[in-house]
Design a protein around this ligand. Sequence first.
Ligand SMILES: [Zn+2]
Length: 195
Amino acid sequence: MSLFGVKWRDKSGCWASKDYGSWCEHYEAIDLGKKKGQYCPFHAPQGSKGISLTEFNELVFKEIDRCRSERKTLDFTGAIFEGDISFAGYGKGNSFPPVKFDEATFYGVADFEEVFFSGDTSFEKTVFAYKATFTRAVFEGKAYFFDALFNEEVEFNQTEFLSDVYISFGSFKKGAQMEDVAYRGKAMLKRPIVE
Ligand SMILES: [Zn+2]
């Protein structure tokens, strides 16, 4: 619905919700003022989440645990991770559910060291603005990294891809450490859309 060119939006909802598949609609939106809009904590811009980094990361972990217990695909499409975050507790025995990080942005260190991804995992068009590590992580399902952008160093040392992995050329702006990576499936390489 539109009135004088202004899109009508649900007062209680996140403005980014529809663009990213409505996965965040159960979260209360933070009102940032008329011009900036209102967003759930996940889609609120960096510095505008209204909660501390620790509180935000706790919310992320709760969402992981909730989706896993409900046996749903975890969806963080378009989410903005504003600072360092470590997923190191999600190793084998406490593994990640299938997950989508498509179009998400990590502004701080994204630490996936020794994480066990139990299903298909998607980082399509994900932006890693800072360092990331997937050292000794295990991807049990397919791992999609098409058009992901790593602006700083990324480590895939001893990472295990038990199924196919999809990566784009040009994803790594500062290079990638890939010592002893195990590819059990196919590695599909794609040229970038923009050089
Ligand atoms: Zn949202």
